[in-house]
Design a protein. Sequence first.
Length: 631
Amino acid sequence: MGNAISEIDEELRRLTADIVRRQQADGSWRYCFENGISIDAYTIILIRVLEIDSEEALIRQLHDRILGAQRPEGHWEWYRDEDNGNLSLTVEAYYALLYSRYSRASDAPLRKAERYVRTQGGLGKTAGILTRCLLAATGQTGWPLSLTSIPLEMLLLPDSFPINFFEFSGYSRVHLAPMLILANRHYSARTEDTPELDALQTERAPSDDRPSKPVQEWLDRLQLGVSKLIGAPKALHESALAKAEKFMRDRIEADGTLYSYASCTFLMVLAFLALGYDKRHPLIVQAMRGLIGMRCRTEEGTTIQNSPSTVWDTALLTYALQEAGTTEHHPAIRKASSYLLALQHRKPGDWTRHNANPVPGGWGFSETNTINPDVDDTTAALRAIRNLARSEPAYRESWNRGLNWVLSMQNRDGGWPAFERNVDRQLLTWVAIEGAKSAAIDPSEADLTGRTLEYLGSFAGLNERHGFVKKAVDWLNDHQEEDGSWYGRWGICYIYGTWAALTGLTSVTASPERHESIRKGTDWLLRIQNDDGGWGESCDSDRQRRYVPLGRSTPSQTAWAIDALVSVYPEPPPSLVQGIRRLAALLHEDDWTASYPTGAGLPGHFYVRYHSYNSIWPLLALSHYRRKYGK
């Protein structure tokens, strides 16, 4: 073990020095939150729709990145092993390249993309709801029945009605409001320069857009509620339209974006056009400034982030550095903590509608986010400032407010959600929108519950003797998969969920070695260990809701597995020693596994490469191994 410890010490010194060197003057760390090429494509199209002449250089940069990401077969994909590419993503890429005017339909790359799209069934077979909105809103297709059949008057239904707007998750609402405006108006933002996508159409019969029986039942219930609203139909409709418009305007952040997300900002701008706003309206100009401000530079070129991960990265790196031995008085930690302290939320947001204790105290994902805190970012920030909170009143007050907010967010079933408590009515997942099952509600998740328990046990000194902690432990026990793993909603995927659950359970359980769920989870991690000693999981797991091996090891997934096993074993078994050596080696390898996306947004439709993850999670895993076994 001695050699392993010396290797760990060297890696800890190297990682720590590199992270401190990358810190910005304001105390933050600004790594790229990379989301494929989808947002890049939307940005090109929106700039052209708005006829903005001043962003020609950006369009060229985004065009070049999109073109460079095309696979030899002609398609685009969210992740390297995505079987046969992604039709929706390929349509978006093709459309943006054509709209940019830097590619022509006769160019070889676009001809290859055209052949791929046609072999997959053409435009009519695109599944992504954002893709379908993009095509409909720019006049390439009709509006999908899945949106036009939802009455806008849904926004007027009271909270007491089972199907009401605020029973959808916050993520869904900020996308659904502009979508419904656009679909209601059957809006089409065509200009003289709008390219035609006729070449992507096929002669096959159009897809059947009729709702299934459960969806029709959902719509019938919704229509029943709308029919009970009091007022003339026209007046009700105008009132619903005004409410949808106000909903968007009330949630515009200081940078002009809607809820700090690029995807719904794109929809909001189109919805404003549908409502009659001029293309140079201040809200549209400001939104575009915020959208373009989300650009970042990667080794593949310029990209637009969906929402910069600055708070998340800064909180986790501040915590990881302290776990590696950097004291809370080090300038890097003090600057980062001060940065985080200033970004704690002080005003209520939509989360207060379902929270009986609406005292703000959370943190959001990005620094422009001031009204949409989440549990994971909050516990990450609280870990970061915990040491300073022991001695300095300002941090102690912040830590107490944050802790109370996290506790107030626990769901009635014992687990923790991401953004809003008790927003978990399964009925809403019946809506006929692709991805609704994962995005329409915000239920308890194993990764969020496990990470919250780890924070409560390791940093707040709580355990199973506290009733709400025991309730969360019971929730994890009840939601363990048959094979011993847990599904993780915001990472890839079963390795992520199992790591979070195991570290959470071991931090609050008196005798982890006798805990059946911990034993089963540990056995599962050891069974899926790769021959080289590391761990790796495919994004296909997220789509199929079962573990799918990647066949290669990745740094972040290997670090998660190691960290989970360290939390369980009093002494390192040979498999763990092998894992730690493989992790150290992975940090010096530069192939596709180093950039494989291990963050998740929406199953099948949105995956993330966090550029920070190959620093954060290895640093934590190595530190925890060194602390426990290095003596």
